[in-house]
Design a binder for this molecule. Structure first.
Ligand code: ADP
Ligand code: ZN
Length: 539
């Protein structure tokens, strides 16, 4: 690895590796397929860039000359170093990376649709001469018969790096059909290794990525997803503007992002912030490209403090000193939340992430997903709902979602551990009422039905099964079914209830039965809203 350390120092000026970078680079040098999962900002690019500038470890034939000057520049690049092909979904991302590499005098290039024939031919020429170390391409360009044929004929590809590899999985949150064809790479280039990189992949998605790409006995390198310098707060939305201002006021003059779920909300929120004298700019797909670019530049260069954006904003954003990220609604997956909130505090200093949510966000997403979304998308939405609503350390919940253990007892950096969460003063009574209802329904029904019975909804299904005659019917009639569903969720995560079977029917656990005898201290959140405004529209 001495070679890589030199490259890291000479090309990037860094003295040491960040977690997993060295291991990730080793798998590439050894020519073993791999999947590296590291959070955004952890430094994935160097993992696939640096090996392109080193000798191939698997060809350790004692030759030392690698044609590099001691300052890391390359001379006439010996062919046996080969070419690293990087697949990336966004032209802007590729361009940023290639520009940055060229500044470091690394022979890198990209081929994309915006180039003319001369430019493309020039890149091909450099590949032919064996000069190029890194080539960036969008998947559809790489997989065109012409490109594949050319690279095949040149016999120069040492490895492929697939950036944003979750795009290959239909189960992921950003599926791109053109990524699925990448599995032909292992067939067309059996001698080249394939290395997948992503910031966001739960365990099933990880396995799916490896399968979809046809990785051969891959090594899985999974980074740590905890961001200890971020303080998470997940708050029920009430008066959103007022709640946003509370956060903004804690960070006057500092950089922040406000994520909204719709363009319209972006526009109204930007306007409201401006009226209050704040330097805010909107960012969403409805703006023209030059407008978007101008607003992004203004934020990057510190001329405006706040960007109000849809999730269109952020891919590739590398601004280190973002001090707060606010979500005005619940994102559709924990992956999205981790990535978007993760743009705060990249410099390692404290930053705050506030998520304003309402059970209604869940319904909106469910509607959007209706029909077309797969089970994984729905599970991920459910996990996001649980993350917002459970009375459980947010750091722990996020880290565990990504399949890791979280050893810390009290993180000291989330609303739950800081004791800020508003709990219902009648938690035990409500909990007992809910558990009693589950028992009365003989454990044959799911959360939705239980909630409607407790809320006293007189719908067809309830009439047909005579559930309007149960003792529990309307027992929590002051609350809407969505609020009750949130409590049911909290009782599940606190293990007073459990879900079972494919119908997800509810049943009391042993602790649940003890609760009916007056034991246990369940913690339910205060809903803080009257029945009408919060849940009136839901039945
Ligand atoms: P990712 O692709 O995982 O989101 P990047 O590759 O964009 O992250 O890296 C994020 C930032 O961290 C970049 O500015 C990069 O130069 C820097 N970085 C990467 N590796 C190191 C390192 N070993 N030491 C210091 N800084 C690093
Ligand atoms: Zn915590």
């Amino acid at each position: 690895m001495d070679d890589v350390r030199c490259v890291l120092k000479n090309v990037w000026g860094y003295d040491s590796f960040r977690p997993l970078q060295e291991q990730s680079i080793e798998t590439i040098l050894a020519g073993r397929d791999s999947l590296t999962v590291l959070p955004t900002g952890a430094g994935k690019s160097i993992c696939f860039q640096a090996p392109a500038l080193c000798n191939n470890g698997s060809r350790s034939d004692g030759r030392h000359s690698d044609g590099r000057h001691s300052d890391g520049r390359h001379s006439d690049g010996p062919r046996d170093q080969g070419l690293a092909v990087v697949v990336s979904p966004l032209i802007s991302l590729m361009k940023d990376q290639v520009d940055a590499l060229r500044e470091k005098r690394v022979p890198a290039a990209l081929i994309n649709s915006t180039q003319n024939e001369t430019e493309k031919r020039e890149v091909a020429e450099r590949i032919r001469r064996g000069e190029l170390r890194l080539l960036y391409l969008a998947p559809e360009r790489l997989l065109s018969p012409k490109t594949l044929g050319f690279l095949r004929q040149q016999q120069c590809v040492r490895y492929f790096a697939i950036d944003e590899a979750h795009c290959v999985s239909q189960w992921g949150h950003d599926f791109r059909p053109e990524y699925q064809q990448l599995k032909t790479l292992k067939q067309v280039f059996p001698e080249a290794s394939v290395h997948a990189f992503t910031a966001t992949a739960s365990q099933p998605v990880r396995r799916d990525i490896a399968r979809q790409l046809g990785l051969c006995e891959p090594s899985f390198l999974i980074g740590n997803f905890d961001r200890p310098n971020l303080t998470y707060r997940m708050i029920r939305s009430r008066q959103k503007m007022q709640q946003i201002m509370e956060v903004v006021n804690r960070h006057r003059g500092q950089s922040g992002i406000v994520y909204c779920l719709s363009r319209r909300e972006v526009d109204t929120t930007t306007q409201a912030l401006r009226t209050l004298g704040l330097k805010a700019k909107p960012y969403h797909a409805g703006l023209t490209a030059p407008q978007r670019k101008a607003n992004q530049d203004s934020f990057m260069q510190g001329r405006c403090d706040i960007v109000v954006a849809t999730i269109a904003f952020g891919m590739g954003i590398d601004k280190a000193n973002i001090r707060f990220v606010i979500h005005t609604g619940m994102p559709k997956s924990v992956e999205h939340y981790q990535q978007e909130s993760g743009r705060a505090g990249r410099d390692g200093l404290d930053a705050e992430c506030v998520l304003l949510h309402s059970p209604r966000d869940f319904l909106i997403w469910s509607d959007v997903m209706h029909g077309e979304a797969g089970q994984v998308a729905r599970d991920s939405l459910q996990a996001m709902f649980e993350l917002c609503n459970d009375v459980k350390c947010r750091h722990k919940a996020i880290v565990e979602y990504f399949g890791q253990d979280y050893g810390v007892m009290r993180c000291g950096a989330c609303d739950v551990c800081l004791g800020e969460l508003e709990l219902h003063d009648q938690s035990s009574d409500i909990a007992r009422t809910v558990v009693a209802c589950v028992q009365e329904l003989k454990q044959k029904y799911g959360a939705g039905h239980v909630a409607r019975v407790l809320a006293g909804k007189s719908d067809k299904r309830i009439f047909q099964s005579n559930h309007d005659r149960l003792n529990s019917f309307g027992a929590l009639g002051d609350h809407g079914p969505m609020a009750i569903k949130v409590w049911i969720q909290q009782l599940i995560s606190q293990k007073y209830l459990r879900r079972s079977g494919s119908y997800k029917t509810l049943a009391p656990t042993e602790s649940g039965r003890r609760l009916l005898r007056g034991q246990g201290t369940p913690k339910l959140t205060a809903t803080g809203r009257s029945k009408k405004s919060a849940d009136g529209s839901v039945s």
